[in-house]
Design a protein around this ligand. Structure first.
Ligand code: NAG
Ligand code: NAG
Ligand code: NAG
Length: 463
């Protein structure tokens, strides 16, 4: 530390400010202990983060939290009072009780907008709110009106649990990335925002509610990335025409999706963990897959794997997908076997398969497309998929425990994977304080190393 301080002490302050600007705000604040010269430098950083969680400890009493929150607000108050910068790049404010400090909230936001801030993140959501609960919370604060007046420089805007007037978004025409979360919003407001922000490339909606459905069909939009994260739609109906997405992430219930002609899609992530019942709606998922055909990277979840074989083509899509890199978020339960087969068959160009093992929603009333014996499923009863025998080069298993089902699947992939080059087993850290479970899982990994391999050239790692 001392040597570093010496080295820095010859540098002019203007340079130190630039160095500090590259540090996360918390680290930048710590630099003030380095030397006298640094003392004021961190106050001049270009990226400011006022984050309540650095001050308020959620496991302490309400009383303590109240005091800690006062300290937090006081810190922010002093910071902006003493700050003489003309321009700041980004400002983040995370505070779960903004209503107790309306003047400070106003001042902090005013501080940012009056300095031509390009990125503004206001998060007033309560950390105690649960994402997977179907519970709609009213926004706790209103976007200060000076943001509409001074926001012309904004390129990134995030508003969580913060009400706003979509009809005033006309001044935000420079916005490229918008995240809205924990609010009541209707489709009319989304359409108005898309009208007002022609440069918008990324739209993220998280835990938005009262939304009738999603419709994006204005020609000429630049939208490339769409994230719909656990929103509460009145109808799970999604219609997208015109914008050419490159990234699509959906987390919610199974619904009807119409994404016309998404030829430029690079990556899609599908999570249907909010689906609470088993329904034979595989056909909706086929249609979605067919529309995402261009994606090279695809992530699907356990619910997807259970439902996909329930449509008209239980064994795989007629039209092949372009997927090279498939990620299965799975419990490797036998309910998911037909779905895994379905995906291996529908991705004939698959190069990398990641089996990411974790807890999942397993439907007790699951109906397989054909009766089967889970113990024999992965032995050679079926035609082996083309992707497994010819293109699959890398298999990763995350959260490996060496359960019977894991060993069945891995034996299958090694027995028939003629092009396999790499198998990586990332052993689970779960359970056992002294790592004794880990040792046990490592032992089972050794078993995998001994399986017959169709490829002569497989390098295997246990990590
Ligand atoms: C801000 O400036 C005042 C007056 O110069 C000073 O008393 C105070 O300690 C400063 N605040 C911080 C956080 O340094
Ligand atoms: C847009 O910005 C201009 C200039 O700052 C301001 O006069 C006008 O009131 C703003 N519009 C809204 C809707 O706030
Ligand atoms: C063996 O695998 C390596 C990568 O691990 C690859 O570069 C090489 O071409 C492979 N050799 C054969 C004969 O397939």
């Amino acid at each position: 530390m001392d040597r570093n301080t010496d080295m820095f002490s010859n540098l002019p302050s203007s340079l130190l400010i630039i160095i500090a600007s590259f540090l996360p705000f918390k680290e930048a604040a710590r630099t003030c202990i380095l030397s006298k010269q640094w003392l004021d430098i961190w106050r001049e950083v270009a990226n400011i983060d006022f984050d309540e969680s650095n001050f308020v400890k959620l496991d302490e009493s309400e009383e303590n939290q109240k005091v800690q929150r006062e300290v937090f607000i006081n810190f922010a108050r002093q910071f902006i009072e003493n700050n003489s910068q003309q321009v700041i790049e980004t400002l983040g404010l995370i505070c779960s009780r903004p209503g107790n400090f309306p003047v400070d909230m106003q001042n902090i936001v005013m501080f940012a907008t009056s300095r031509n801030v390009r990125g503004l993140r206001l998060d007033f959501s309560d950390p105690a709110w649960r994402e997977d609960e179907i519970m709609n919370h009213e926004a706790v604060f209103e976007l200060p009106s000076n943001v509409y007046e001074l926001g012309q420089a904004l390129e990134t805007l995030k508003l969580f649990s913060c009400r706003f007037d979509a009809s005033k978004f006309t001044n935000f025409s420079a916005i490229k990335s918008l995240s809205l979360g924990w609010i009541n919003i209707n489709i009319g407001s989304i359409v108005a925002i898309l009208e007002s922000c022609p440069l918008l490339e990324t739209l993220r909606l998280k835990k938005c509610w009262n939304l009738e459905h999603i419709e994006v069909s204005k020609p000429g939009l630049r939208l490339q990335n769409l994230v719909l994260d656990k929103c509460d739609f009145r109808d799970e109906w999604l219609f997208i025409e015109g914008p050419k997405f490159q990234f699509f992430k959906y987390s919610g219930k199974v619904g009807q999706f119409h994404l016309e002609n998404q030829r430029e899609m690079v990556e899609a992530q599908l999570d249907f963990g909010m689906q609470s019942e088993f329904e034979e709606v595989g056909v909706f998922l086929y249609d979605l897959l067919l529309e995402l055909f261009a994606a090279r990277i695809l992530t699907v979840c356990s619910v997807f794997l259970q439902i996909i074989p329930s449509g008209d083509e239980p064994l795989g899509l007629q039209a092949p997908l372009n997927v090279r890199n498939l990620i299965l978020k799975t419990a490797l339960h036998s309910n998911e076997y037909w779905g895994i087969k379905f995906m291996l068959r529908s991705c004939p160009r698959l190069e990398m398969l990641t089996i990411d093992i974790g807890p999942a929603r397993i439907f007790p009333d699951y109906e397989p497309p054909y009766p089967f014996d889970p113990e024999k499923f992965w032995s050679r009863n079926f035609q082996v998929e083309l992707s497994v025998t010819t293109t699959l080069r890398v298999v990763n298993v995350k959260g490996f425990k060496g359960t019977r089902n894991e060993l069945y699947v891995l034996r299958y992939l090694l027995n028939f994977g003629r092009a396999m080059e790499e198998l990586n087993l990332y052993v689970s850290n779960e359970g056992g304080d002294n790592g004794e479970n880990r040792e046990f899982y490592m032992g089972r990994a050794q078993q995998v190393l001994g399986f017959y391999k169709a490829s002569r050239n497989v390098s295997m790692s246990v990590l």
